[in-house]
Design a protein around this ligand. Sequence first.
Ligand SMILES: Nc1ncnc2c1ncn2[C@@H]1O[C@H](COP(=O)(O)OP(=O)(O)OP(=O)(O)O)[C@@H](O)[C@H]1O
Ligand SMILES: [Mg+2]
Length: 282
Amino acid sequence: MSTTISVEHLSYTYPGVSDAPGVPVFEDLNLTVEEGSFVAVLGSNGCGKSTLAKHFNSILLPCGGKVYVGGMNTADAERLIAIRKTVGMVFQNPDNQIVANVVEEDVAFGPENLGVAAPVIRQRVDAALKQVGMYEYRNHAPHLLSGGQKQRVAIAGVIAMEPKCIVLDEPTAMLDPKGRREVMDTVLRLNKEKGITVVLITHHMNEAALAQRVVVLDKGQIALDGTPKQVFSQVDKLHEMGLAAPETVELCHDLNTQGFSLPLDSLDIEECAQVLYDVLKA
Ligand SMILES: Nc1ncnc2c1ncn2[C@@H]1O[C@H](COP(=O)(O)OP(=O)(O)OP(=O)(O)O)[C@@H](O)[C@H]1O
Ligand SMILES: [Mg+2]
């Protein structure tokens, strides 16, 4: 499998304003994301998740080390358009990402900026809106849509640029449970059916549990990295970092402090219920 994103010895410090010292975030971070994979990135507030994501399409450039996307060095100004074509970004607040007054015009904005020919844009816009289930809203005003619908339009805008990789920075943070499900279903489908590499930054452990790989950032380093079951079973370490495991794992962990010895890798309710049933039956 080839690599979509490669972070090599990344260091980054936000410059200080006036005489204030800079804010160091990374000193020597290494990470690779394989093509076609679905990676969730977790970490407590301020640990550097958004800073890392912004390095994936040249919004921020490393102070030291290198970041490659699709083999291109993100510091290579001549490749900026190619880099932005390769990695699309979706942010937390859909209102800040919507630029046009009609849904289909909004989705066309990205490919237009990339210089894609008009008839091709038409096809891409229609296809992208169908993929996120928003085609029937193509002539609507984006500001009249729900948060989940707006976020799906924002995702369509990214898909229309045909990126190899989508990086989503807390895309469901402002959404209700239905909106969250809509967005997560869309993201999962893009990964499974279109083979788009997904990097999902989230504070929702149940969303991270849907990924193939979970990476936990702490103090500028990768503290945990593995399958959701491997990472979420390390409950004590997660607590030390100010994080929690999914509720099913937390329940088993609590019961273990009361004398049970339950496995800590039940990530869905059915699986957890079966584990508890087996123990109680015995
Ligand atoms: N523009 C900036 N200028 C100076 N410092 C910044 C800037 N943006 C972020 N920081 C600092 O860099 C560190 C990492 O911030 P970042 O936004 O990457 O964290 P995060 O993991 O995304 O947090 P959250 O979970 O709250 O979104 C924090 O200490 C933050 O205060
Ligand atoms: Mg953030």
